[in-house]
Design a protein around this ligand. Structure first.
Ligand SMILES: C[S@@+](CC[C@H](N)C(=O)[O-])C[C@H]1O[C@@H](n2cnc3c(N)ncnc32)[C@H](O)[C@@H]1O
Ligand SMILES: [Zn+2]
Length: 285
């Protein structure tokens, strides 16, 4: 992690600012709370209370990583990076990727628009990969439903790709004029294989419902629909099934039997919406 990225982080215990020590392997606040980097370079900020959330498992994360490294969703990563880039042109631009997963989308974004970066996720399995993918970023195990370990008005862009959205916290950490960019699936997303492989749990978010859930804190600016026509090897159809919410329940051997019966390539359409929001003026800010 770059020392400058650490300066936007808050101690999860006392919410003082943190600084990097020990050659980048420890974060500590002035009150003496300290956090050692895991071997892979991420920091675990889940303290005390624990969380009831069921984090993505190692197998789910491996499936996601295999699928994304096949480049099937690169068009989405590129479109997201292009939308974020104009908001990352200031003197010290910064981005927060909430629910960063394996860090795949953040990596493309940082290639297009270099910035200080923070990636948060509740799955340490995901962050082992994310920390290696984006070694300059602050990669932190953290629950986005808790107060974020990020200073007020510290970032220009918050990206959320298929991950939970804590509107008041995203509004707090964004600078005035910043952008919240959210990727959601549209109706019909992966419809060709969803039934076959039991990929339950991908619920399309209606645009109006998304805006309504954010409306106290954000105003919608634009929404772009993106369809990707994919030709997927059988293994990647299996990865798609395992990497989503259904991965918590799917029986890998039953899934293997289904994918063994697939043709060498299956045509699938991924349907995304990329929605851009700007924070409303908050009376308290
Ligand atoms: C469908 S994955 C998307 C990951 C990544 N954005 C991508 O598209 O590759 C959802 C991610 O949100 C994370 N997540 C779910 N609930 C979370 C929470 N409460 N706090 C932080 N991360 C969470 C999961 O661990 C998972 O990595
Ligand atoms: Zn502290």
């Amino acid at each position: 992690m770059l020392p400058d990225a650490a300066r936007s982080l808050l101690c999860p215990v006392c919410r003082n600012t943190l600084a990097l020590h020990a050659g980048g392997s420890r974060l500590a606040c002035p009150d003496g709370h300290s956090f050692d980097a895991a071997r892979q370079g991420y920091f675990n900020f889940l303290v005390g209370k624990g969380t009831v959330f069921e984090a993505d498992t190692s197998a789910m994360v491996a499936a996601r990583s295999d699928f994304l490294s096949g480049g099937h969703y690169q068009g989405l990563a590129d479109a997201l990076a292009e939308l974020a880039a104009p908001a990352l042109k200031g003197p010290q631009p910064a981005v927060l990727d909430a629910g960063t997963g394996t860090g795949h989308y953040l990596k493309t974004l940082l290639t297009v628009a270099p910035a200080l970066a923070i990636g948060l996720d509740i799955s340490k399995f995901a962050l082992r990969r994310a920390a290696r993918m984006n070694p300059d970023a602050a990669t932190i195990v953290s629950d986005v439903w808790q107060p974020l370990p990020v200073a007020d008005a510290a970032v220009d862009v918050v990206t959320v790709v298929f991950a939970p959205r804590n509107a008041p916290e995203f509004a707090r950490v964004l600078r005035p004029g910043g952008r919240l960019i959210i990727v959601t699936p549209r109706p019909g997303h992966l419809a060709e294989v969803a039934g076959q492989t039991g990929m339950l749990g991908i619920e399309p978010a209606k645009e109006e419902r998304l805006a309504a859930s954010l409306q106290d804190h954000f105003e919608p600016l634009s929404a772009q629909e993106l369809d990707l026509e994919l030709s997927l090897p059988a293994a990647d159809v299996g990865n798609l099934a395992l990497m989503g919410p259904a991965g918590h329940h799917l029986d890998p051997s039953a899934l293997g039997a289904i994918t063994a019966g697939l043709p060498p390539l299956t045509k699938v359409t991924a349907r995304f919406r990329i929605s851009v929001f700007e924070p409303r003026d908050q009376p308290s800010r």
